[in-house]
Ligand binder design. Structure first.
Ligand SMILES: [Zn+2]
Length: 78
């Protein structure tokens, strides 16, 4: 597997939330577990709290055309 990680940025301030790396060779990605913010629930949403500006980066779960669940940051909530 290629050693190729990409920074995932806060939609509020552009600061780095965590890094992600390729999960396979079909375009799927996974968060690098040792890096950055943890996924947190707040009752209705699941989010990454930005360590830089404190915004909640709300994530939505999607299923790729290959049937693999993928998380995508949809918007920020202050
Ligand atoms: Zn931020």
């Amino acid at each position: 597997m290629r050693d190729q990680t990409v920074d995932v940025s806060c939609l509020g301030c552009g600061g780095v939330l965590f890094k992600k790396g390729p999960l396979d060779d079909r375009g799927h990605w996974a968060r690098q577990v040792a890096s950055g913010s943890q996924l947190e629930p707040d009752g209705t949403d699941t989010y990454y709290k930005c360590p830089h500006c404190g915004a909640k980066n709300i994530v939505v779960s999607e299923t790729s055309p290959h049937g693999v669940p993928q998380l995508r940051i949809s918007h920020v909530k202050k």
